[in-house]
Design a protein. Structure first.
Length: 202
C-alpha cells in the first residue's frame, strides 16, 4: 500500500499492541511505502511497546530501524537475529574521525597525509593498490592506551552484536606508501601495534 493510502488506513485502525510493517526509510532505494518516521510517530502515539519493521533499503536504513524506535520508547522486536557489523581498518581522510582527531593520524601541518595506506604489487596488480587513507600514529595511540580505538569498538558494538575488521592484517604489519607516490610500488612494510592494541581494548 502506498504513501497517502497507507496514512489514511493506519489512522482508521484500532490501536494494536504490536504491528509489523514493511517500510522504507529515507535511505531506501524504493519510493512509495510509508516513511519510517511517520510509522514510528504513529506507534508512539498509540503506545505500542513493540515494533517489528523491515527496511528494504541501504544498510544505513537498517541501523535507523534498529535504533530510532528504541529512542522513542518502542522496543524493536527481537527474534533472535544478530547483526554482524563490518569495520574498515582505515578511515577516510575527509571523515569526522580524522578531522576531529588529527593528532591520531599521520598528517602534515595543513591536514594532508604524509603517507597513505595500501598493499604492494603482486601477480594480480603490478602497481599494487594505493588506497589513499591516512595512516595511524601508532606511537601516539599507544601513549593514550589506544583510547580512540576503544571508542571506535564501543561504537561498533552499539550498532551490531559482533563485527569484523576488514584488512585485519594491518595490526601485525601495514604497508606505508609515500603520499607523493601515485602508485603503491614505492611502499614499505612497517610493524603494527600487534597484541598491545587488543589488550588495551579488551
Amino acid at each position: 500500500m502506498t504513501g497517502s493510502g497507507f496514512s489514511s488506513k493506519i489512522q482508521s485502525m484500532p490501536s494494536p499492541a504490536f504491528v509489523h510493517l514493511r517500510l522504507h526509510s529515507e535511505y531506501s532505494i524504493a519510493d512509495g511505502m510509508v516513511r519510517l518516521d511517520e510509522a514510528i510517530a504513529r506507534a508512539a502515539a498509540d503506545g505500542m511497546p513493540l515494533m517489528g519493521p523491515n527496511c528494504y533499503g541501504f544498510v544505513n536504513g537498517l541501523g535507523r530501524v534498529a535504533l530510532w524506535p528504541d529512542e522513542h520508547g518502542i522496543k524493536p522486536l527481537d527474534k533472535g537475529i544478530a547483526i554482524i557489523g563490518d569495520v574498515p581498518i582505515y578511515v577516510d581522510r575527509d571523515s569526522v574521525d580524522v578531522w576531529s582527531n588529527r593528532g591520531e593520524f599521520r598528517l602534515d601541518g595543513i591536514g594532508h597525509p604524509d603517507a597513505v595506506a595500501g598493499v604492494p604489487p603482486d601477480s594480480m596488480g603490478p602497481l599494487g593498490q594505493r588506497w589513499g587513507n591516512p595512516l595511524y600514529r601508532w606511537d601516539r595511540m599507544a601513549a593514550e592506551d589506544y583510547a580512540w580505538w576503544s571508542r571506535r569498538v564501543k561504537r561498533a558494538l552499539d550498532q551490531a552484536d559482533v563485527f569484523r575488521i576488514d584488512h585485519f592484517r594491518g595490526f601485525a604489519a601495514y604497508y606505508e606508501i609515500p603520499a607523493s607516490s601515485p602508485t603503491a610500488r614505492e611502499g614499505r612494510w612497517l610493524p603494527g601495534p600487534g597484541k598491545a592494541l587488543f589488550d588495551a581494548i579488551a
